[in-house]
Design a protein around this ligand. Structure first.
Ligand SMILES: [Zn+2]
Length: 302
């Protein structure tokens, strides 16, 4: 990250003006431009996807930044009335995320909204600390809200049996799928994608580098896994909701796919290859998850 950009980044209009004439994030191999951060991430993280291993922050596209660890994503979207942070990492992830935000030149106190993917400790345990440090409001889906407010998984969560608890956060408002979350010039669309957890959300928004606008999708994990004794086939309503979410995900306008576990969408390989853009990524990701769900149901039927 160049010092010039880091120094000016909190001033949104200036940052946007700079971004328009700075090297684009997709430019591979630039030694000092924003793409350097993209190239640095696979170098520093290597093959490890340790949840609490620090990785360098980088600009994804336009006003969207990766501020997570090597193993767990956290996404910062910056705007003229403050910033949005999606996910807060695991127990040890919050300080890493906070440092990454500041390394990019942004202030924690300018984060005004905290959002989530799914309500498991590896993605939301850090939200309480990030809320304390930033003062941001935390918005949650109807089903995730009591989980985030208590630190305990829902009893109907497929992994309820044995999953870790986490620090409770203060839930300040509710997210309704299909109704955009708006902050200043930012508008992020929540998409209901239950299945991995009851309250899981995916997010879609557009980020622009000058005239180069991309549709970014932060899709939930959606892994059809469970604790011992849980059978998806015992819950046809859960399976139906799971499939509906996958259909919504596959149909999204999607230039850049991001996932809470970066490895699930091959982020390392895409960064090493010099571009995160793949117009078919969301449809392919949804198809892959649906195949896993079908396989799981077939196994349960045996
Ligand atoms: Zn996870």
């Amino acid at each position: 990250m160049s010092a010039r950009f880091a120094a000016l980044a909190p001033l949104a209009p200036l940052a946007l003006a700079l971004a328009a004439c700075a090297p684009t994030a997709a430019t591979p191999g630039s030694p000092t431009g924003l793409a350097a951060g993209q190239a640095e991430w696979p170098r520093q993280c290597g093959d490890e996807d340790d949840w609490d291993k620090p990785g360098p922050p980088f600009r994804i596209h336009g006003n969207a930044y990766y501020v997570g660890t090597c193993g767990i994503a956290a996404i910062l979207v910056t705007g003229d009335q403050g910033h949005v942070l999606i996910d807060g990492g695991s127990h040890g992830g919050a300080p890493i995320i906070a440092r990454n935000v500041e390394t990019l030149g942004f202030r924690l106190s300018d984060i005004k909204l905290l959002l989530h993917s799914h309500e498991h400790f590896d993605h939301v345990a850090g939200l309480a600390e990030l809320q304390r440090r930033s003062g941001a409001r935390l918005l949650a889906s109807e089903r995730a809200a009591p989980v985030l407010a208590s630190g305990k998984a829902a009893t109907d969560d497929p992994q309820a049996d044995g999953i870790d608890t986490f620090p409770a956060a203060r839930v300040d408002g509710q997210v309704t799928p299909g109704e955009p979350v708006v902050l200043g010039n930012l508008s992020l669309m929540p998409v209901a994608t239950p299945g991995h957890t009851p309250g899981a959300l995916s997010w879609q928004w557009r980020s622009c580098d000058g005239p180069d606008c991309r549709s970014i999708v932060y899709s939930d994990s959606l892994s059809p896994i469970s604790g011992d004794g849980y059978r998806f086939s015992d819950h046809p309503d859960v399976v139906a909701g799971f499939r509906s979410g996958l259909a919504r995900l596959a149909a999204l306008d999607c230039d850049i796919l991001l996932t809470p576990h970066p490895a699930a969408s091959h982020m390392r390989g895409r960064l090493a290859g010099g571009s995160l853009v793949d117009r078919s990524a969301c449809a392919n990701y949804a198809a892959g998850i649906e195949a896993r769900l079908d396989k799981r149901l077939a196994e349960e039927a045996q």
